[in-house]
Design a protein. Sequence first.
Length: 231
Amino acid sequence: MNKVEMISHAIEEDIRQCRWLPGNKLPGQLNLMARFGASRTCLREAITGLEAKGLITSRHGSGCYVNNLFEAQFAGPMLGVERDSVALQLSVMEMRLVLDGEAVQNACERATDDQLAAIDYEYKLMAQRRGNALQRAKADLKFHMLIAESSHSLIVVSMSQLFYAQFFNAIYGSLYSVAGRDLTLSGEVSLAINAQHHAIYEALMVRDGEAAKAAAQAHIRYSMSVLEGRA
């Protein structure tokens, strides 16, 4: 393996292991040159090869960024499906039933202590948040994304990023009803969701993968039941 291949392989492995997440900026040229003991020419050749594979994108004057490998598949319209329809909401929830369960189980096994500390901090902020309902929904989303990012699974992270970004309205439309520009959530549903989040959090903090996966899937099934009750 020559120097260019070694650099390419190392960066690919960092991306695959989610040391750099989709959307993250790679360290600068000088940093990477020092890390690999490589010349600027070798590094540029490796970067060009990674770009050709679609793993990264170079932005002039900004740097190199990790691509989300599934972004192109989510760029087009979903033919025949209304963005806020119950059918779409249920389809998204069915996908989350798999995605969230795998994410939290993997996070229990693979998250670093620093990542668990970040989830702990974010959960406590979310539990105390007293903003409007849209702000609370975004805090909910951040909690779930931190779990996905701690799974160290490139597929889970990539899919989670796209699902939460593209289908935010569909996900939270299953629980929230639009009231002007704000969102409202019934007291009963709010209490249930808080308890479900707490169950996920507690299992994750002690790295109990089976309990965490069961709690995450129970959370999604509850959301689906609420949506089906409103259909």
